[in-house]
Ligand binder design. Structure first.
Ligand code: AMP
Length: 283
């Protein structure tokens, strides 16, 4: 496994692999089973697997946890090696964003709602870093987790709008056995917060169950989800939404494929999660 830190080094490496099918997994490190599932899928489908590890300052607001974001460099490298990664691209912020850096990539509408309301500059940071990484790596396939569903749609939109020649592959959310979606930030949860944290996936699951039982009135579905959330103290709900799975428009009644989106705050920790569901056919 190679580790390349410089942009020039990566460009040279890329020119030497012109005709090979590259699968790319962008990450911020602190790798867990969620990331590893993306890597494994890339490993199955591509000749070469590239992982980037970069805690992207552009996607953090000044009040967020950039400086305390975990950076377990050695164990990340070990996990990548064990998972059969061919190359880790691990740039420095200084080289990636030099002082005169002026360009940003924005997916204007989709970036504004839900997560974008809570974190107004977040998606611009994500699309800018991913656009740069895609220009450098030029992968045939790029792997993203459903865990960050809005991010996945924003990136798909960017790739479509900019005619980037890569296929965006959606990978399922990996969860703890009690339902909590894996996230690098889960390590900040105290024991009691960790116990409360399962309420988000439980609420979404309740929403899925309602839809599978043919409840199509979104007010009723949301009530059912909120009932689950009310059972846990010490959390505040930021949003809970039933949306069209393609546009993220909020719905009044369920049609086609929908995504249930949720964000809660436990102490200073924000958790997001989502579930996709289709109304079952009547036959
Ligand atoms: P991050 O390091 O948090 O930026 O995540 C890198 C990639 O891993 C993104 O595409 C995430 O959606 C994906 N990811 C993070 N957590 C999970 C999870 N629990 N299951 C599946 N994919 C995940």
């Amino acid at each position: 496994m190679r580790i390349i830190r410089s942009i020039r080094g990566l460009q040279t490496w890329r020119r030497k692999h012109e005709n090979q099918k590259i699968g790319f997994v962008p990450t911020m490190g602190a790798l867990h089973e969620g990331h590893l599932s993306l890597i494994r899928q890339a490993r199955k489908q591509c000749r070469i697997v590239v992982v980037s590890i970069f805690v992207n300052p552009l996607q953090f607001s000044p009040t967020e946890d950039l400086s305390r974001y975990p950076r377990p460099v050695k164990s990340d490298q070990q996990l990548c090696r064990e998972a059969g990664v061919d190359l880790i691209f691990w740039p420095s912020s200084e080289e990636f964003y030099p002082k005169d850096f002026q360009t940003s990539v924005t997916v204007s509408q989709l970036s504004q709602r839900w997560e974008g309301e809570a974190r107004p500059t977040h998606f611009e940071g994500v699309t800018t870093v991913v656009a740069k990484l895609l220009c450098l790596i030029r992968p045939a396939q790029s792997y993203f987790g459903q865990k960050d569903y809005q991010q996945l749609l924003v990136i798909k939109h960017m790739v479509q709008d900019l005619n980037v020649d890569t296929k965006i592959v959606r990978c399922p959310t990996i969860r703890e056995s009690d339902g909590l979606a894996l996230s690098s930030r889960n390590r900040y949860l105290s024991e009691s917060q960790r116990r409360s944290s399962t309420v988000l996936s439980a609420a979404l699951k309740q929403g899925v169950k309602s839809i599978k039982h043919y409840v199509i009135d979104v007010r009723k579905i949301k009530n059912n989800m909120q009932e689950v959330l009310r059972k846990t103290s010490g959390i505040s709900v930021e949003y809970l939404a039933v949306c069209d799975a393609k546009t993220l428009d909020p719905l009044k009644s369920v049609r086609g494929e929908v995504v249930l989106l949720g964000a809660i705050q436990i102490g200073s920790i924000r958790l997001i999660d989502n579930m996709l569901v289709k109304l079952p056919s009547m036959n």
